[in-house]
Design a protein around this ligand. Structure first.
Ligand code: URA
Length: 433
């Protein structure tokens, strides 16, 4: 088989066979196909698309290109969630303990932030001592103790996706439905959970800019999950506005803790209960109404908070930081962004707000950059909110005052003020099963 011929076939709009797709995925994983040919293929897929069968074959080939995790020794039902990436998205820190405290095991591998979106692993590492790299035995041991564990993705999980994703990131081929669907589902399938809930973000801070595109991505991923025997559902949620109030690593852990103790913002709480309820429905814990009630009770009783603390302790973290959030180191400097006129916030560009947080030190520009856990921002006024001249729209936090000027410029450019109250989309746009 010559890879040149496979590229040409896709370029000319023909459907690839399972064998050709496996040749592509395994060649990406083992380095036998050079980057220039891989990127030519990615661009051909970007323009010509893939049939459902091709997308499913690519997903399975990428899932089987490295290690796969067998969670069956844990016994019982296992559930996982995945977000397509957003700003201020700390849902895993709330959803995983809710679901775990309702009797479903959550053995989860999460990613790091890159670009304007944050990553759960970075957030958890802001808790002193928390280990995000565990051996298989340690990982299973934590789940046995606390019903949940969240670790970083193992180096050899879906290596074909790792290679292709890095190339897509720099060749303008990320926002393709078959490529996103196969990338996410290959990792979820390799990670082993029986039930998978996808949080598909739509709006200014998301890859999917319209609800219709998000719906197509949801269908594609559910079909792939179902075809390989995983119960899969999707929630389409609003990322036109950042989620919650805090953006930045320890700031987001603090907001998750506040939510688990009953003081979180409504949008975050509503989305977390919806995601957790969907994981419980797939796990056979009851109807949607019953599972929503179960999730709400786990959150409101404090059981989910205790579960998160047990997991943090079992993973070497200092859980006293969760009991006393004042222990998290604070950034040395803060800077308020103030409204220059009266009006309503009519639009927020979530992506630019994520970029502003990164500029303050909360994210990386390249994979090797270090993160300032205390850096980030608090959003005090969101889309639909009335503002008066002089009101604080957001507070920025950094350990280097020189970072404020450009981050404040970025934040200000991300927020549009107008004279009339805009229509605000709900946080949950739809659920797809
Ligand atoms: N997240 C992924 O893991 N892959 C994509 O392609 C997009 C978002």
């Amino acid at each position: 088989m010559r890879f040149y011929d496979i590229i040409k076939k896709k370029r000319d709009g023909f459907e690839l066979t399972k064998e050709e797709i496996e040749f592509f995925a395994f060649g990406a994983a083992d380095g036998s196909i050079p980057d220039y040919q891989l990127t030519a293929m990615l661009m051909a897929i970007f323009f010509k698309g893939m049939s459902k069968r091709e997308t499913a074959d690519l997903t399975l080939a990428m899932a089987n290109s490295g290690d796969t995790v067998d969670l069956s020794p844990l016994g019982g039902i296992t559930a996982d969630k995945h977000s397509t990436g957003g700003v201020g998205d700390k849902t895993t820190l709330i959803v995983a303990p809710i679901v775990a405290s309702c009797g479903v095991k959550v053995a989860k591998m999460s990613g790091r932030g890159l670009g304007h979106t944050g990553g759960t692993v970075d957030k958890l590492e802001s808790i002193p001592g928390y280990k995000t790299t565990l051996t298989r035995e340690e990982f299973f041991g934590v789940v046995e103790k606390s019903s949940m564990s969240v670790i970083g993705q193992s180096g050899n999980l879906a290596p074909a996706d790792k290679k292709l994703y890095a190339l897509r990131d720099v060749t303008a081929t990320v926002d393709s439905i078959p490529l996103i669907a196969s990338s996410i589902m290959s990792k979820k399938i390799a990670a082993g959970a029986a039930c998978i809930v996808l949080d598909i973000k739509v709006g200014s801070g998301a890859f999917m800019k319209t609800p219709e595109l998000a719906q197509s991505l949801a269908r594609e991923m559910i079909d792939i999950g179902t075809a390989v025997g995983r119960k899969t559902a999707a929630v389409i949620s609003n990322m036109d506005v950042p989620l919650g109030i805090n953006v930045g690593n320890s700031l987001e852990v603090i907001e998750a803790v506040e939510t688990l103790r009953g003081n979180g913002p409504e949008d975050l709480k509503e989305l977390c209960i919806c995601l957790a309820a969907n994981m419980l429905v797939l796990s056979g814990k009851g109807s949607e109404e019953e599972c929503t009630a179960l999730a709400r009770a786990a959150l409101e009783s404090g059981r989910a908070f205790e579960t998160l603390k047990a997991c943090v302790e079992a993973q070497g973290g200092d859980a006293s930081y969760l009991d006393n959030i004042d222990k998290f180191p604070k950034a040395k400097y803060s800077f308020d962004i103030v409204a220059e006129s009266d009006g309503y916030i009519t639009k927020m560009d979530s992506e630019r707000i994520g970029i502003a947080a990164c500029m303050l030190g909360a994210g990386r520009k390249t994979a090797n950059d270090t993160i300032d856990f205390a850096a980030g921002l608090k959003i005090l006024k969101k889309t639909g909110g009335k503002v008066c001249k002089g009101d604080i729209l957001a507070t920025l936090y950094a350990n280097d005052e020189a970072l404020f000027a450009s981050a404040a410029e970025e934040y200000t450019a991300a927020v549009t003020l107008g004279n009339s109250r805009p229509k605000v989309l709900p946080i949950i746009i739809s659920t797809v099963r």
